[in-house]
Structures are given as C-alpha cells and as structure tokens.
Design a protein around this ligand. Structure first.
Ligand SMILES: Cc1cc2nc3c(=O)[nH]c(=O)nc-3n(C[C@H](O)[C@H](O)[C@H](O)COP(=O)(O)OP(=O)(O)OC[C@H]3O[C@@H](n4cnc5c(N)ncnc54)[C@H](O)[C@@H]3O)c2cc1C
Length: 507
C-alpha cells in the first residue's frame, strides 16, 4: 500500500465517515476527522425538539447501490432497524395518486387522464412529431432520413427531456410544476443527465392494460422497500458509524476556516493550525474554494459558477386522530403551487419512537426549496406550512399542533445546471493536483451520486485511491454504480457465499 502521509478529513457527514472508516479498516493510522458541528451526520443528522419529536433534515430513505455500504451499516446499527414497504404518492387535486403517477393514471380525474394519455400517444405514434428522442439510437429503421435526423437530437435541457419522455399532458400535470418546485430553477437551465434510474419511464402498453384493469401499480423502482433506524432517526446511523472509529482521531466543534494550499496548513476557528499532506474536504465546494489560499484565479472563477438551492425543513408535531388516507404512507409529492412544500413525509410512520410517548401523537415533515428564483420568507414559513397542510386536508381541524420545528440548510440540493461538468471537471482536477480532494454531496456537486450511500462510498473509494488499492468509480462513472455494478462486492467483502461453496466443492 502507498503511504499518503497525514490526511485531514473535513466534515463528519457520510463522505467523511466513509473515508475515515476505510482508512481505519485498511490500517492507515495517520488521519484526523474535523467536524464543525456538535456531532456527526451532516445533512443526514437527526434532531430532537424540545417537545420530544425527532426530525431528520427532510425525508431520508436508505436506498443503497453498494453491498459494502450495507455491510458497514449492518455492523454499525446491528438489529436496530425497522423494515418498510414504500407507500408514496402524488397529492393532486386533493387526492392521493400512488407513486409513480405515470403508472397510475386510472386514479386521475377523466380529463387529466385523457390529457396524459394523449401526450404519451402522440410521442409514440408519430416519430416525426417528436421534438427530441428520449434515447438516441432507439428509432425505427424505416424513418425518412430527414425525420430520423430531427428525432435523433438529444434533449438540450431538462425541460426538453421531460416533454420527450412523458409528453405534454404529464409534463403539465406533474413533471414541470413538481421539478420547478423542488429545484427552484427554470427547467431550461437544468441538465437531464442526472436522471438515470431515478424516474420510471412510461410504458404505454402496460399503462393501457392496467387502465383497463383499474389496478394500482405502485411497486416500481429500486426503493420499494427500505429500512430505517428504529430509534434516533437517520442520524442514529451516522452516530453509530462514528462510534466504530477511534475517538482520539475525530473532533467535533472543529470548524475549518482556512486552508493554505502552498504551505499545506489548515486553520481551525479556534486559531489552531494543523499541517497536512492530503486533504479530503466534504464541505461545499464553493466554500472550500473561498477558504483556500493560494488557488489559481481560474479555479476561483469556476467555484463562483456553481449553483445550488437551500432547503427548509418544517417538522409539525401533531396530536389527534390521523386521517386514514395517511395510514402506512411514507411520503407525498406536491406539484401544485398552492402549498409551499414539494414533499411531505409522514415521519411518525417510519418509527413510533419519532413522537413523544402517549396516545395520539404523530408527525409530518415538510420540505421547502429556496433559491434565487424562489425566495422564501423564513419568518412565517412554519405557520404557512401548517395552514397549507390544513387546506390540503392532511391536518384535520380536530388535530392540534403540538410542536413546530424549523431547520434551514443553505446547501440543500446541488443543482445540475447546464454546463455543470465543464465547471466541475477542471475544478476538482485542479484541487486534486494540490492534494485537496473534494468529495461528497456538495464536495463533488454531482446530484446523481449525492445520496448517503454515494457520499459514503465516495469517501471509501478516495481512501482506497490514496492508499493505492482502488479507484474512484462513483465519482468518475455514476452510471455504472447506479446500474448496480456494486450490489455485490466480492473484492471488498470476500467472495459471495455461492461462489465460495462452489469453489470449495471443486475436486
Ligand atoms: C432534503 C434532503 C433529502 C435527502 N434525502 C435523502 C434520501 O432519501 N436518501 C439518501 O440517501 N440521501 C438523502 N439526502 C442526501 C444526504 O443527506 C447526503 O447524501 C449526505 O448527507 C451527504 O453526505 P456528505 O458527507 O457528502 O455531506 P454532508 O452531509 O453535507 O456533510 C458535510 C459535513 O461537513 C461539515 N463541514 C462543512 N464545512 C466545514 C468546515 N469548514 N469545517 C469542518 N466541517 C465542515 C458539515 O458540518 C457536515 O457535517 C437528502 C438530503 C437532503 C438535503
């Protein structure tokens, strides 16, 4: 193994913890984990409010692409998991349509259903009518050249991709208003390369069969079942992972305020200076650029071009009978402009321990996007959320608000803006050359690999690269990991049981 010398890890969220864990596991002892906040977890931390309700920073679901990630979480939390079947929906016109909407059109009012179907049929029937082709190269052979040429055009932005994939009806009903609400940027300013396996493609034949049968089809997708900590919210996972690490190598309340790229020193808010040979920063990349002295001007200029949105999380602790429509529901999407939130999680359905003991408590957690295009008046937001939840029928008049919790994160979503990779690639490479590796949700700024599992594994893979025993697949090839290349991982975890037994059976 290569010796990368003293490594300072900035941030004890999933990415920093993943790197620290892998360095520890592989026997490299010269590292120190520095976290600005009171405890580990970063955006995946949890909080208990004064009334005793537990909250996450928005709906967090474990949705793993890596056998290794699952194995570390098993080890950290042992038997402390609850297992759930996803029940998610879209709240449209005062009714719950099971997720994904495009597979459950029979639940829409007749006029909306016809509009959605007409858009999908138009996409299929007349290839010449396609504004863009959803997957280049998937065209019928017998198209006239002029049509094929036009239809082969790859979508130029996310707005075009939505129209080309779902048709006008579904775009207007859900995909455009929802995505504008969640991203906070005009869809024409966004790229679509991040979509990957996150969105269910509509299959018209299947839709027609299912419309005739009138049955729900809510089982699509990789996170149709998920596990959740029984106690302590998502943050319990990251506290448990931190506890696997030697206590003397991790420090909380240690905010990094300056990095000197030439002198290879780092300063904490306390004034303490530390020397380093290598840095892994999981702080937001724009902030890292701002606080690093000695960077070439072109890297600074790139840092200023990054786009993001903030997220407000409003936790509403409730007392009184929960509407039957919310039985077993995990989360709901809200595309309509009347409500400030784009998603609401029924957080008490994830664990009964998320609410104070005693009958009648339950909880809703709403997420609201803030961006330069979508300003939010933070002062009145809690009350606005409660009012909208009442109007939407999720909080009936007889139910009392027992607690109102408001949390804002400036860096909530790394925006997949058009031209992002032309900014990111040279910026990350330039920092790498200085021995400063920026990874994680906002460290690497790649939404397609910004969930907890991705962030943790970006840390793991960087640790392996620094020690000369592995490469960084998640950062370099998101499509490969999201397609499931690491759902089994004999290199890290040993050969799968089946392979081992067949090998041992060989004469
Ligand atoms: C609303 C919302 C919903 C989400 N839902 C899901 C989900 O369903 N499933 C899922 O897997 N993921 C989800 N995520 C993503 C998940 O939160 C992230 O993947 C994960 O937290 C990223 O880990 P990270 O270590 O890269 O960054 P972070 O969690 O941001 O951690 C970075 C850490 O660095 C610290 N830091 C920053 N600057 C400094 C400094 N100067 N000095 C010292 N420390 C510093 C911060 O305090 C923080 O602890 C969601 C995120 C949001 C915002």
């Amino acid at each position: 193994m290569r010796d990368p010398g003293r490594i300072l890890l900035v941030g004890a969220g999933p990415a920093g913890l993943g790197a620290a864990w892998r360095l520890h596991e592989l026997g490299h002892a010269d590292w120190l984990l520095l976290e600005a906040r009171e405890g580990p977890g970063g955006l995946a931390a949890s909080y208990v409010d004064p009334q005793g309700f537990t909250w996450d920073c928005g709906g967090h679901v474990q949705f793993s692409h890596y056998a290794y990630y699952d194995a570390v979480l098993d080890r950290a939390l042992g038997a402390g998991w609850l297992h759930h079947r996803r029940r998610a929906g879209v709240w449209l016109g005062g009714r719950l349509v099971p997720y994904p909407l495009q597979h459950n059109l029979h639940r829409l009012p007749a006029a909306d259903r016809e509009r959605a179907l007409a858009g999908l049929e138009r996409l299929q029937k007349v290839p010449g009518d396609l504004r863009v082709q959803k997957v280049p190269g998937e065209l019928p052979d017998d198209l006239p050249d002029s049509v094929a040429e036009r239809a082969e055009r790859v979508p130029g932005d996310f707005h075009e991709w939505v129209l080309a994939t779902f048709g006008e009806g579904l775009a207007e009903l859900f995909f455009e208003p929802y995505n504008e609400k969640v991203w906070g940027y005009p869809l024409r300013e966004l790229d679509w390369g991040w979509v990957g396996e996150r969105v269910a493609p509509p299959d018209l034949e299947r839709l027609r069969r299912q419309l005739a049968a009138g049955e729900d089809d809510a089982d699509w997708g990789p996170n149709r079942t998920f596990r959740f900590p029984e106690r302590g919210g998502t943050g319990a996972i990251w506290s448990a992972v931190a506890d696997l690490l030697p206590g003397e190598r991790r420090r909380c309340r240690a905010r990094v305020v300056r990095i000197d790229a030439a002198a290879r020193t780092l300063r904490l808010a306390s004034g303490e200076e530390l020397a380093w040979e290598t840095i892994l920063s999981t702080a937001p990349l724009d902030r890292l650029v701002e606080m690093t002295a000695g960077l070439p001007g072109e890297l600074r200029a790139l840092g200023r071009r990054l786009r993001h949105s903030a997220v407000h999380v409003v936790g509403v602790g409730l007392c009184g009978p929960r509407p039957a429509a919310l039985d077993g529901v995990g989360w709901l999407y809200f595309p309509e402009p009347g409500s400030p939130y784009y998603r609401v999680t029924v957080f008490s359905n994830y664990s009964p321990h998320h609410v104070p003991e005693g009958d009648g408590h339950w909880s809703l957690m709403a997420e609201v996007c803030e961006s330069p295009h979508r300003p939010v008046a933070a002062a009145g937001l809690g009350d606005a959320v409660v009012a909208a939840l009442r109007t939407d029928g999720l909080v009936p008049p007889a139910v009392r608000v027992a607690s109102l919790w408001h949390h804002r994160e400036e860096h909530g979503y790394p925006t997949p803006f058009l031209g992002r990779d032309a900014v990111l690639d040279p910026l990350l490479a330039g920092l790498d050359r200085l021995g400063i590796h920026s990874r994680g949700r906002f460290g690497a700024w790649k939404y397609e690999v910004s969930n907890q599992d991705h962030a943790f594994m970006q840390g793991v893979e960087l640790a392996e690269r620094l020690l000369g025993v592995g490469e960084e697949v998640t950062l370099r090839d998101p499509g490969r990991v999201n397609a499931g290349a690491y759902l089994s991982d004999p290199a890290r975890l040993g050969a799968p049981a089946a392979a081992r037994s067949s090998e041992s059976a060989k004469p």
